[in-house]
Design a protein around this ligand. Structure first.
Ligand SMILES: [Mg+2]
Length: 419
C-alpha cells in the first residue's frame, strides 16, 4: 500500500504557525511582487477569493471579508517543509519520497493492513504536535488512488484527515463523487477532451477502454486508467533528475535605467544558480544572461548573450563575473528595464566532467564554495555574499506584506513575552 501525506493549505498554514492570534482568520498568500493570489485557505475560498487571479482586483473583497494577506515567504515554507519531511522520514519504516514542497509518498507495505488507519493517524498527530501543520493522509494500492483519497480527506471532515482505500468498492464509491479534473496528471486540456466524450467523474475515467485511452493521450493515460483500477504502474520512485538547465530570473520591484543595479541583479541570480548547481554536484559549461524591458513598454528592448566556460565551473565568483560582463555588453542606455536573468547550461556531473588542460579547476575554489554554502545554510542565504551583488534594494521584489523568516534568520526568531 502507498500513502500520500499532503499538508492542508500549506503556505497559509505556515503563516499561522507562529501567529496563534490569526489561527481563526482567513489567509491568502500573494506571488512575487504581489501580483496574483497563489495560495488561500478554506476561509478565504468561502469568501469567494480566487487562486491565480490578480491581487489588486481582489483587494477590496479580501479586505471586506477580513482575510489577511501575506507576500510569499518561500524561505519560511521551505524550512517548515524540510522539518516536516525529516520528521516523517524518521517515523516510517521504508523512507519517504518527497513529491512537492507539501506532499510526499510513503511506502506502507511493511505496515499490517489492520494497523494502517492508526498508523496514518499517528503521523497526522505527530506533524500537528511538532510542526503545527494540518496534514491529510490517504492510503491506497496505487499512487493515483492515494491522490484520489486526498479528495476525501478534504471533503469529509468526519474522517479527520485519514482515508484508507483498501477495497475496490471503497475507491469506486469515492471516484463516482469526484470530478474528473481532480485526477492526478489530468490537466485542463485533457479534462476538456474527456468531458467531450461524456466523462465527468473519476469513475468514468476508470472505466475507459484502454485502447481509447491510448489513442487519446498515449501510454500515460493508459497508466492512469490502470492505476485507478488498482494496478500500480507509476514508478515507486520518481525523484527529480538532476537539472539540465538552471534558470534564475526575476522581475524587478521597480524599473531600472542604470547599468549598475542590473549587474548587481544578475550577479545575485548567478550566485543563486550556483548554489543549486553545487547542490546537485554539477558543473556548468555555458552561461547566458539577458535583460529586458516590459513587453508593453512604448520602447521595448530585450537581448541575450551567452558564453562557454571551457573548463566548467561551479564557482559563484566565476559565474557572477561572467554574468556581469555579459550584461555590460547587453546594456543600452535610455530603456526602463523590468527583468533580468541568468541561465546555466550544458550542465554535467562534476565527477565525469573533463578538466581544461590549460586551466585546471582549483581545489581551493571548491572548498571555499563549500564553506560559503555551509555558512549561508546556517545563518540565512546572503549571510556571505559577493560585493558585486550589491545591496538588493533597487531590484528587490516588492513583498510588502512578507512575514518574518521565523526559522532561518537569527534576528527574526519569534520572541515570547511573559505576563
Ligand atoms: Mg497541499
Amino acid at each position: 500500500m502507498i500513502g500520500l501525506c499532503d499538508m492542508r493549505s500549506f503556505y497559509c498554514a505556515c503563516e499561522k504557525v507562529f501567529r496563534p492570534d490569526i489561527r481563526d482568520r482567513g489567509v491568502v498568500v500573494t506571488s512575487n511582487n504581489d501580483g496574483v493570489v497563489v495560495a488561500l485557505d478554506d476561509r478565504a475560498k468561502a469568501a469567494g477569493i480566487k487562486k491565480f487571479e490578480p491581487y489588486f482586483k481582489q483587494r477590496q473583497l479580501i479586505k471586506r471579508a477580513g482575510v489577511l494577506t501575506f507576500s510569499s515567504n518561500y524561505e519560511l515554507y521551505g524550512e517548515v517543509s524540510a522539518r516536516i519531511m525529516a520528521t516523517l522520514a524518521e517515523l516510517v519504516p521504508n523512507g519517504i519520497e518527497v513529491y512537492s514542497i507539501d506532499e510526499c509518498f510513503v511506502d506502507f507495505s511493511a505496515v499490517p493492513r489492520t494497523e494502517l488507519k492508526a498508523y496514518a493517524a499517528m503521523l497526522r498527530d505527530t506533524i500537528w504536535q511538532q510542526q503545527g501543520i494540518k496534514m491529510g493522509v490517504s492510503i491506497a494500492p496505487t499512487k493515483t488512488l492515494a491522490k484520489l483519497g486526498q479528495c476525501a480527506t478534504k471533503q469529509f471532515p468526519q474522517i479527520e484527515g485519514v482515508c484508507v482505500l483498501e477495497h475496490e468498492p471503497q475507491w469506486q464509491w469515492l471516484a463516482a463523487r469526484v470530478d474528473i479534473s481532480e485526477t492526478w496528471g489530468i490537466g485542463r486540456k485533457l479534462t476538456r477532451k474527456l468531458n467531450a466524450r461524456g466523462m465527468s467523474t473519476v469513475a468514468d475515467l476508470s472505466e475507459m477502454a484502454k485502447a481509447d485511452a491510448r489513442t487519446l493521450q498515449g501510454i500515460t493515460l493508459v497508466r492512469t486508467v490502470r492505476e485507478l483500477q488498482g494496478e500500480p504502474c507509476i514508478d515507486r520512485d520518481c525523484q527529480p533528475q538532476p537539472k539540465q538547465n538552471i534558470i534564475s530570473s526575476r522581475s524587478f520591484g521597480q524599473k531600472q535605467t542604470c547599468l549598475q543595479p542590473l549587474q548587481e541583479a544578475v550577479s545575485h541570480y548567478a550566485v543563486r544558480a550556483g548554489v543549486k548547481l553545487r547542490a546537485q554536484s554539477s558543473l556548468c559549461f555555458r552561461l547566458s544572461a539577458w535583460i529586458q524591458t516590459s513587453a508593453h513598454d512604448a520602447k521595448p528592448y530585450a537581448d541575450e548573450l551567452s558564453v562557454s566556460l571551457p573548463g566548467g565551473t561551479a564557482d559563484s565568483r566565476e559565474l557572477s563575473r561572467v554574468a556581469v560582463a555579459l550584461v555590460g555588453k547587453l546594456y543600452r542606455p535610455g530603456y526602463k528595464y523590468a527583468k533580468a536573468g541568468v541561465m546555466l547550461q550544458d550542465i554535467r556531473p562534476e565527477q565525469f566532467a573533463q578538466q581544461d588542460l590549460l586551466a585546471p579547476r582549483s581545489e581551493n575554489a571548491a572548498r571555499l564554495m563549500k564553506v560559503v554554502d555551509g555558512v549561508n545554510q546556517r545563518f540565512g542565504s546572503g549571510a556571505i555574499k559577493l560585493a558585486r551583488q550589491g545591496g538588493e534594494s533597487g531590484f528587490a521584489m516588492k513583498r510588502a506584506m512578507k512575514s518574518p523568516s521565523y526559522l532561518t534568520r537569527w534576528r527574526e526568531i519569534p520572541r515570547i513575552r511573559l505576563g
